[in-house]
Structure formats: C-alpha cells, structure tokens
Design a protein. Structure first.
Length: 267
C-alpha cells in the first residue's frame, strides 16, 4: 500500500522491505497536532537518534534548540512566515549548523589560535549537512514513537533575528526547524507522491533525457494529488515558481550576507 501511495502508481512494487522501510514510505508532513506535550523522555530519544547519524570526521558540527515556551514559539512563527503550526506544535526543534564549538575549543586551548577552516564554504556546508542527517534520524525516530513532524526551511528567511531569539553564539546559524507533536487525526493530509525512481536514479552516468522523460507522468499524478488537497498546479509549475528569482526566495536571497553577519563568511 505505502509503495503505491509513495509513487501514486498502482504498478509500483517493492520486493525487499522491513519495518523501518515501511515506516519511511509512510512519511508525511504533519501540520496539525493534538495538545499532548512531547515528553522529556521522547525528546531524549529523538536527540539520541539524531546523534547516531553519520557526521563528517566526527566533528558533530550541529546543535539543536528545543522550544516549548508558547511566547517564543509565537515569535519564531512570526519570523518564519507566520506559519501557525509552529505556534501550535507542542515542540519546535531548531537545528543549528554549529561551528561555534570549534571556536570555543580553540579559546579553551589557550594557544591564541583560531580555527580558520570554519571561514570556508566547505565548513558551512558541513554544518548544514550534519544538521540535516541528524534531523532526518530524529524524524524517523519520532514517527516510530507515533509522533508527527514537518520541516520548516523558513527559519532561514530572517537568520539574524532567529539567531538573536535563540541566543545563538557567533559561528552558528539556524539551518531549519522541525515542528513535532502527536498528529491530529482529523487533519486532511496524505502521502505526497514523489518523482518516479527512474527520474532520480541513474546507473553509472547521469542520463538527463531518460530521467526527464518521466516528469510529465509525475506532473499528472501530483497534479491530481494537489487537486484533492486544494493545492494548485503541477510539480513542474511549482518548481519553476519557487525558483523564479530573488523575489520567490522569501528573503533567503541574502543568505550569504546573513551567514557572514553570523560569523560564517563561507568564502
């Protein structure tokens, strides 16, 4: 059932599976939650799962800020595109690309040196990748516990203000948020179909023509899904609209400037 839903294709099959794969195939974004709090024990399990993700050179260049205070969540929601579910979720996790720890290590060593490698784009990317790997582990753990989640990239709309709200030190930036809670069973939502595997999976070398030949069928499938959920447009239309230019990036066109202001020049 979940493999056909994942691709909106009744012919889709999967001959190798497991409980974890089945759980992952059933993933969906949750934007309505019940009032039940996420417990400290549940939060500890999510963070333990996150810390079990791979990390480049074991640098562990990420941190996470757990936000439960209603007033702070409301302020974060306002900064992140006025998305109500941030305010309403019992727990909002802000995942941080965090190179500040390396600077504190250098300060503590008392040698007077600074980790100049943190100034480069490679290190910024490393922090974002580490944070993403950790957060995805947390999402799978959350869903295994009966919780629902939705990622929030809009925390990058106003990075300096988010950093100030969370008290982030220099050399750290909020990469994305994650709303967490018990899914509201009345929410009208489903498993959003993804591109066919043949559109994303290449063998030995990248074959754009063969991959792109599968996009029209996907546009039709996702268009039908969107129509059922009151959303306009096909996948291709939404991609082109989202990436049309600076005006479509919701303030994120100035992210390099914001990174520099936060101590990550990324040169």
């Amino acid at each position: 059932m979940t493999i056909t839903a994942r691709y909106a294709d009744p012919t889709a099959t999967l001959h190798v599976t497991s409980e974890i794969v089945t759980l992952q195939l059933a993933h969906r974004s949750v934007r309505r939650f019940t009032p039940r709090p996420v417990t400290d024990d549940e939060l500890a399990a999510l963070v333990a799962a996150a810390q079990s993700a791979s990390t480049s050179s074991n640098l562990q260049a990420w941190s996470v800020v757990a936000v439960r205070d209603p007033q702070r969540k409301a302020r974060l929601a306002a900064l992140a595109g006025n998305q109500r579910f941030i305010d309403e979720a019992p727990l909002f996790l802000v995942w941080v690309a965090d190179l500040s720890r390396a600077h504190r290590l250098a300060d503590g060593a008392g040698t007077g040196g600074v980790p100049e490698g943190t100034d480069y784009l490679e290190s910024t990317i490393l922090g974002f990748v580490d944070a993403a790997l950790a957060a995805q582990n947390a999402v799978v753990a959350a869903e295994s516990l009966g919780l629902g989640t939705v990622f929030v990239g809009a925390v990058r709309n106003r990075p300096e203000q988010i950093a100030a709200e969370l008290g982030l030190p220099p050399h750290a930036v909020a990469a994305f948020g994650l709303a967490v809670g018990t899914p509201d069973p009345t929410e009208h939502a489903g498993i959003k179909p993804r591109l066919p595997q043949a559109a994303v999976l290449h063998h030995e070398q990248y074959d754009a023509a063969t991959a792109d030949a599968h996009i029209p069928a996907y546009d039709e499938r996702l268009g039908a899904y969107n129509a059922r959920h009151g959303l306009p447009g096909t996948w291709s239309e939404r991609v082109l609209a989202r990436l049309a230019g600076p005006q479509s990036l919701s303030g994120r066109h100035r992210l390099r400037e914001a990174l520099a202001n936060l101590g990550l020049p990324s040169r």
